[in-house]
Design a protein around this ligand. Structure first.
Ligand SMILES: Nc1ncnc2c1ncn2[C@@H]1O[C@H](COP(=O)(O)OP(=O)(O)O)[C@@H](O)[C@H]1O
Ligand SMILES: [Mg+2]
Length: 367
């Protein structure tokens, strides 16, 4: 791969200097797209030969909330990104070197339509178990969302992007909210600009909702009602448009109108819906009290969660035999196919015509 020309990059000088230093041991070949939390570079570590990512992030701000990069590097949990090396570029920027995860992040998976009940649960358990290590160290992540959860080769969810992590000072329970990723911000970070462990629990609740197939549009206009859309279109300056949309979204967050539980697929059971709802409660004191409490709830409901997944674009249910609901291209009706050992074959013994009816019929047969 051609090497990255560090001197022509448009990044702060301190970062260029550090990149040049690090080039003694890392052959940089690529810059990641500029994200909200810093600057990201990829390359090959010449000492151990592995592909690595180096992330620079803004380290300035109030020192009482600083999460020392060296402290983060000591976190040793299977489902938290492991840090090979961490230090400072200068007084403003710190950096981490981490392994490269070639399977990408959970948002890539969601955009490919990969949803599955049991996998969603298993990913969320991975995240909660990694997060419990951060919380035990007095840290909050503040930016948990599918783009910041990487996938390991053995299909574990790994918490990444420490660019928003803050330390909760002794004697306190919160830090200021993060300005990033508005749609994931918990209500209290908007109303009182405070963020504590319940904020991370809220974000994991949204993650669970998205992994189960709940709708969460990323485009800001998608959050506006038709009257607001008309107002938005009349605004000429794009910055003013953004401010208008951000205010409308904040309003939705504080009125508990971000998640639409009706958008979850019909095979997501009531217990899972209640779990999402409680994790994302507007009142932080009514959420799960921490990762252990959230994990205990998932363990308790896990036996009732049915193995539905989207496969080849079709809702599919595994239980020894497999059933899938297919949409006939000719007339748009839904039918069931069944597979015992060989190929998928139509099963015309189902009466339902909608996905919901067919899901219910399949469940009745299996029970
Ligand atoms: N170690 C890594 N291995 C593979 N991909 C990564 C790695 N770190 C980050 N990425 C990818 O780059 C994206 C941006 O990185 P991230 O650290 O989240 O920075 P930011 O949010 O500031 O852009 C992530 O969403 C992920 O897709
Ligand atoms: Mg990120």
């Amino acid at each position: 791969m051609p090497s990255l020309n560090i001197d022509t990059l448009s990044v702060p000088e301190a970062i260029k200097r550090k990149l040049n230093d690090l080039s003694n041991s890392i052959a940089f070949d690529k810059q990641g797209r500029k994200g909200a939390n810093g600057w990201l570079f990829f390359g090959q570590n010449l000492v151990h030969g592995q592909r690595v990512a180096v992330k620079f992030y803004d380290w300035g701000g109030d020192p009482q909330y600083h999460a020392e990069p060296q402290f983060l590097a000591q976190l040793n949990a299977d489902t938290v990104i492991s840090i090979n090396n961490a230090s400072f570029a200068d007084d403003n920027y710190a950096y981490f070197e981490t392994p490269y995860y070639e399977r990408g992040d959970l948002d890539d998976q969601l955009s490919r339509g990969i949803h599955a009940n049991l996998r969603a649960i298993s990913m969320v358990c991975d995240v909660l178990s990694g997060l419990s290590h951060l919380h035990a160290g007095g840290l909050v992540h503040r930016d948990l969302k599918p783009q910041n959860i990487l996938l390991s080769d053995d299909d574990r969810a790994i918490i990444g992007d420490f660019g928003s992590v803050k330390r909760i000072p002794d004697g306190h329970t919160t830090v200021p909210g993060s300005g990033h990723s508005l749609i994931y911000r918990p209500p209290e970070s908007i109303t009182t600009n405070s963020y504590g462990i319940p904020g991370d629990i809220y974000q994991v609740g949204i993650l669970l909702y998205q992994l189960l197939g709940g709708s969460l549009p990323y485009a800001e206009v998608a959050w506006l009602n038709s009257r607001q859309q008309r107002q938005y279109e009349r605004i000429e300056d794009p910055v003013d448009q953004q401010i208008f949309a951000a205010d409308a979204i904040k309003n939705r967050i504080t009125r508990r109108r971000v998640l639409d539980l009706h958008s979850l697929p019909p095979w997501v059971c009531t217990q899972l819906r209640r779990t999402v709802s409680k994790a994302c409660h507007t009142d932080p004191t009514r959420r799960y009290t921490g990762c252990a409490d959230f994990l205990a709830r998932i363990a308790a409901i896990r036996p009732q969660v049915r193995d539905w997944r989207i496969e080849d674009g079709c809702p599919t249910r595994y239980n020894g035999n497999a059933y899938r609901i297919v949409r006939e291209p000719s007339d748009g009706t839904y039918r069931v196919k069944k597979k015992r050992t060989g190929d998928w074959r139509h099963d015309n013994s189902f009466a339902g015509t909608s996905v919901l009816e067919l899901v219910e019929e399949i469940e009745e047969r299996i029970c």
